[in-house]
Write a protein that binds this ligand. Structure first.
Ligand SMILES: [Zn+2]
Length: 346
């Protein structure tokens, strides 16, 4: 992983964009994977497709105008978004975060508006690449990275390279079946890992329990106001008080992850697993259950030989990875794509 030759010895930078369903993060990243500047904005999915594309372009343009820490302006843009991405054409084919998006040429749109070569990828692939390049997976050649957030995303590094598979978008670890007769996932399948280990489902189940059992969130949780919507972070704080129903939710989450990860290690002979995403901050509660289930299910590989790490990059991993992928793809440019579009260099 040596993203781009720096012929002039300058601080080569790339812009990384992490396009999430809730937050849009934009950051300037140097060739060692360090974030030099970063800004966060609400994504505002509800404004609709075209206004949202214009919003992304507008926010990126104003970020680019802001002179930053004496670094060179970025040479390329990398963008990670959830869903099926045609990385060759820079097209979002469909995305769970943006229901009205079908075949959206986001890469070419950004290039046209901003004049910088733009590379799109799946957001979980970007996060996984970021961990390999500058995070918790630098010393591993074969690992899985899971992002526990609104959904469950996943990427794989196999033989030191990001694995895209036959369909070009990488693995869908969140939609591995964990419980054959489980809850109906938004993908149409039943019992996906995502129905056990994502913030969306944790909140949904907690609300159900609260209604059925007539529970009242403790007053000590200042963020939980009467009538307010619970967040996964609230549930984590509530579970920390020892409330049995909430602890049980995180126990189920840990056990589902332990089962899924043991399957992955048996299948791919991985040397490690990285857990990232906002919900990985609740590891103090779910990790003991995860480890117990993982050890129980992993019969043909020694659990001691498989590392389990929490992301060191956390919320920066998406922009670092997207920027790194853009630098790598610009550096290799095997298809001649950049030469055609930017004859004077990216
Ligand atoms: Zn699913």
């Amino acid at each position: 992983m040596n993203p781009i030759p720096d012929k002039a010895g300058r601080t080569v930078t790339a812009l990384g964009i992490d396009l999430g369903g809730t937050r849009l993060k934009i950051g300037l990243v140097d060739r060692r994977g360090r974030v030099l500047a970063m800004k966060k904005f609400p994504t505002r999915v509800q404004i609709g497709r075209e206004p949202l594309i214009k919003r992304i372009i507008g926010l990126t343009a104003s970020f680019l105008k802001d002179p930053c820490c004496g670094a060179q302006p970025p040479r390329v843009i990398g963008l990670g978004a959830a869903g099926l991405i045609d990385i060759g054409r820079g097209v979002v084919e469909l995305s769970p975060n943006f229901p009205d998006w079908r075949q959206v040429p986001l890469g070419p749109r950004l290039e046209e508006a901003l004049g910088l070569a733009t590379f799109l990828d799946n957001d979980a692939n970007a996060v996984t690449f970021g961990e390999k390049w500058a995070g918790a997976g630098q010393d591993w050649e074969h690992f899985a990275c899971l992002t526990l957030g609104t959904g469950v995303g996943g990427g794989l590094i196999l033989g030191g390279r990001l694995w895209y598979g036959a369909h070009g978008s990488g693995p869908e670890i969140g939609h591995m079946t964990i419980a054959p007769r489980g809850e109906l996932c938004r993908c149409g399948n039943r019992g996906c890992l995502e129905t056990k280990a994502s913030a969306t489902w944790l909140v949904e189940k907690a609300n159900r329990i609260i209604r059925e059992k007539g529970l009242h969130p403790p007053c000590s949780l200042k963020s939980i106001k009467p009538g307010a919507t619970l967040t996964a972070q609230d549930l984590f704080h509530w579970a920390q008080t020892g409330e049995t129903h909430m602890v049980r939710l995180f126990q189920q989450m840990g056990e589902a992850l332990g089962l899924a990860l043991a399957n992955l290690v048996h299948l791919l002979s991985l040397e490690g697993i990285i857990l990232g995403g906002g919900l990985s901050r609740a590891a103090t509660i779910f990790l003991p259950y995860l480890e117990k289930e993982f050890k129980k299910r992993l019969t043909l590989v020694s659990p001691a030989g498989v590392g389990l790490r929490i992301s060191t990059l956390q919320e920066r991993s998406g922009i670092i990875g997207a920027a790194g992928l853009a630098l790598e793809r610009a550096g290799s440019d095997r298809t001649g794509y950049l030469k055609q579009r930017f004859p004077d260099g990216p």
